[in-house]
Design a protein around this ligand. Sequence first.
Ligand SMILES: [Zn+2]
Length: 99
Amino acid sequence: MPTIDDWFDEKTLLDMAPPKVFVDGASAAEHGSVQILEHDESHLRAHVDDTEVYETRFWLNGGELKWSCTCGAAAAHPCEHLLASALATWPGEVPPDAG
Ligand SMILES: [Zn+2]
């Protein structure tokens, strides 16, 4: 069974989101704006500190990746907050959040 991390590679993310959203998300992740709250094989929940704190969620449903973000912009494709959250799961990309 694929895990949710299998969806968070660069190619898959670029297939899902426009390049600008990917770049904005990568920038947010690099600046440490992402706090991972829950991350297991089928679920990712995080807070992203933008102009306000948004809560992002990815989950698997019947082998499909689903997502939501409290900014309200994530519909046809994930928003930059969701991209930032996904990118923040990459090992070595962002220092582990101590708390
Ligand atoms: Zn968002």
